[in-house]
Write a protein that binds this ligand. Structure first.
Ligand code: AMP
Length: 474
């Protein structure tokens, strides 16, 4: 099927040609005709499937008729993070190059003034994160009663980030008769409930099973010790010896680990940038830009910060920490092997990770091959050498009443859960005495630590296979 058969306008077809797209992706082919027919759509698709264009292209076509009124946006797109919102705004520039539509980006972390001026001028497409949108609405600067089309993107990530109460509030501000498009990568029961609430007789479009990783991704796991310094040494070796290495995203479960690993890699001379929820917007944007342009070869990220971002052509993904939720694994490794390119995803598996790996393998319906010897599973009752903030879903956070939260210029992005102090001092892990001096140092807060001495601990304990060059089959 070609784009011209989908019912899109000539202006949109012109922009698609200019973008160099030859054929619609499956989600575009299946969703666009229904969107144009004003049906509600439930789209189950991950980023990388072309889902953004699946809603932006028909929106542009539909918006050609009609005009925006002051403070009353005609359409609303909700995104869980500022980066995703900015990415969708960029899509409007690309696909809407033949249109003269007013697109406004309403995200936290930037001043209200400019956003307010844009809303006053009249907006055809409003792209927003939920918290900042509600702030504008509460100030009486925004009326959603003229909104004809509501798009909820990355709904499962909204759930992870505790945005569902906000989404439900927004749902009450838009007209009952609007059209709704609802996109999610996974369908947990809570998301199904929200979808049932928001959608009227929707068309369900599912492009690939959420748990299916692209066949172009080679997945591997490698055994590592309990200690972080061992994991860092193994990671460096894997990076140095990886075949066809172009660039990599390295995932950690905790924002603190992102910062520590970033500092360590930079110190070892790697060109690395970090992305986690505690960085300010300027640093996040600068890090992403540097990685996208190839100025930085390594991006170290937490799940919350990286989910859904469109970073093309990543050759490798490393799971520095095995994620606790198998869905996060699918999302992480989906950063590589995109658009038909081959990619490699390697997970560093410590003794305490074997349970998480088993859950991942169950979801994926496969056994992830080992590079070298498998890890020895932890003894029952043995505790991890470190603990703290866990990634993954919370099932919704309790939020303060709105009146107490709204502040000019304050970021409304949810803060990842607070890190808990490592429990080691009170409950030292068995078998961990040998490495105690190193761990004591590792457990200090990152910013308080004196610069490291020149060398990392001896890595002679590493298995021999790690000291040989790696041949990864694409
Ligand atoms: P998305 O899933 O929306 O994040 O899109 C993933 C990537 O696919 C983006 O970089 C798009 O530019 C690209 N893309 C979207 N639709 C097509 C298409 N029909 N043909 C080729 N590339 C596309």
């Amino acid at each position: 099927m070609s784009f011209s058969e989908l019912g899109l306008s000539d202006k949109v077809i012109g922009a698609i040609d200019a973008a160099g797209y030859k054929t619609p992706t499956p989600i575009q082919e299946q969703a666009i005709p229904h969107v144009l027919a004003r049906r509600d759509v439930l789209g189950i698709a991950q980023t990388g499937t072309g889902k953004t264009a699946a809603f932006v292209l028909p929106m542009l076509t539909m918006l050609e008729k009609g005009r925006a009124r002051a403070r009353m946006p005609r359409t609303l797109i909700l995104e869980p993070t500022r980066e995703l919102a900015a990415q969708v705004a960029e899509s409007f520039e690309k696909y809407g190059k033949n249109h003269k539509l007013n697109v406004a980006l309403i995200i936290g972390g930037v001043s209200f003034g400019d956003q307010d001026a844009k809303l006053l001028r009249g907006v055809d497409v409003l792209i927003a994160t939920p918290g900042r949108l509600l702030d504008h609405s509460e100030r009486g600067r925004l009326l959603l009663s003229g909104c004809e089309l509501l798009i909820i993107d990355e709904a499962d990530r909204m759930l992870d980030m505790g945005f569902i109460p906000d989404i439900e509030r927004i749902g009450k501000l838009v007209p009952f008769t609007r059209q709704t498009l609802f996109f999610t990568a996974t369908m947990p029961p809570e998301i199904q409930r929200i979808a049932d609430n928001f959608l009227h007789n929707p068309v369900r479009v599912e492009v690939s099973k959420p748990a299916t990783a692209a066949s172009t991704i080679t997945q591997l796991q490698v055994a590592v010790g309990r200690e972080d310094f061992e994991k860092r040494a193994t990671l460096r070796h894997l990076i140095d010896s990886a075949e066809n290495f172009k660039n990599a995203i390295i995932f950690c479960n905790r924002k603190r680990e992102v910062a520590v690993l970033h500092k360590s890699l930079v110190k070892h001379g790697y060109n690395a940038v970090a992305l986690h929820g505690d960085l300010d917007q300027t640093s996040r944007t600068a890090a992403l830009d540097a990685f996208r342009k190839g100025e930085a070869k390594l991006l170290i990220a937490s799940d919350v910060a990286a989910r859904g971002l469109d970073i093309p052509a990543v050759s490798h993904v490393f799971n520095f920490d095995v994620p606790h939720h198998p869905d996060d694994y699918v999302h992480r490794i989906g950063r590589t092997g995109r658009a038909g390119l081959t990619g490699t995803a390697i997970s560093l598996v410590a003794p305490f990770d074997t349970k998480s790996v088993a859950t991942i393998e169950k979801l994926m319906g496969m056994t992830i091959p080992w590079m070298g010897e498998p890890v020895a599973a932890a003894e029952p009752g043995e505790r991890p050498a470190r603990s703290g903030e866990r990634s993954g879903r919370s099932g919704g956070r309790s939020r303060q009443p709105r009146g107490q939260r709204s502040q000019e210029g304050r970021s409304r992005e949810p803060k990842p859960r607070r890190e808990q102090p490592a429990p080691r001092a009170e409950h030292p892990a068995p078998h961990a005495e040998k490495a105690a001096p190193v761990r004591a140092r590792e457990s200090q807060p990152y910013r308080d630590r004196a610069p490291r001495e020149t060398v990392e601990p001896d890595t002679s304990h590493l298995p021999a296979f790690l000291l040989r060059p790696v041949n990864i089959k694409a």
